[in-house]
Design a protein around this ligand. Structure first.
Ligand SMILES: Nc1ncnc2c1ncn2[C@@H]1O[C@H](COP(=O)(O)OP(=O)(O)OP(=O)(O)O)[C@@H](O)[C@H]1O
Ligand SMILES: [Mg+2]
Length: 151
């Protein structure tokens, strides 16, 4: 049982750097899911850009708008960025089949994981959970559950 990691970041680039460290870990594992929780403007997309950069994906290729619900990147392992902000009904989330992503190789990261009804899936237990909270304009508290260390 790992302890939660609690990190304070004082700029977007620090949040991105933390995301990069998690991305590096997930890439090395080859599969896994990270669930992101936090309000509008908390820094979820900033964090995802960092995670994605560990896969060699350019920051500009990660959407911050929520028009695309799921984007797949043909990296090795494959990387999936899912944003549930605009998804209103649980059935729509089921239809995305995001839990199925996890049966195969690949790493998925989910913004607005609050929208998921907690499934009994073992996958959920295995997922890394990341909560980002505003402290002030440039500072965020980030709690990461499900990893031993990011160094
Ligand atoms: N320490 C910090 N970490 C992350 N972002 C920060 C930090 N300080 C300031 N910011 C700013 O906060 C905003 C975070 O925006 P971002 O799009 O990542 O939020 P989000 O959680 O994805 O929001 P949404 O729910 O709308 O998708 C950016 O404008 C970023 O520059
Ligand atoms: Mg976002």
């Amino acid at each position: 049982m790992s302890h939660d990691l609690r990190i304070i970041t004082n700029s977007p680039s620090e949040t991105e750097e933390l995301g990069f460290k998690l991305g590096r870990l997930l890439k090395a594992k080859g599969k896994g899911m990270a669930l992101l929780y936090g309000d509008l403007g908390a820094g979820k997309t900033v964090f995802v850009k960092g995670v994605a950069s560990a896969f060699g994906i350019a920051k500009r290729d990660i959407g911050s708008a929520s028009f695309v619900i799921a984007a797949e990147y043909e990296t090795s392992p494959p990387f999936y960025h899912i944003d549930l902000y605009r998804v209103e009904r649980e059935e729509d989330i089921e239809a995305l089949g995001i839990w199925e992503y996890m049966d195969s190789e690949g790493v998925a990261i989910v913004e607005w994981a609050e929208r998921l009804a907690v499934p009994s899936a073992e996958i959920y237990e295995d997922a890394v959970k990341v909560r980002i909270d505003h402290i002030d304009e440039n500072s965020r508290e980030i709690i990461i559950e499900g990893v031993e260390s990011l160094e």
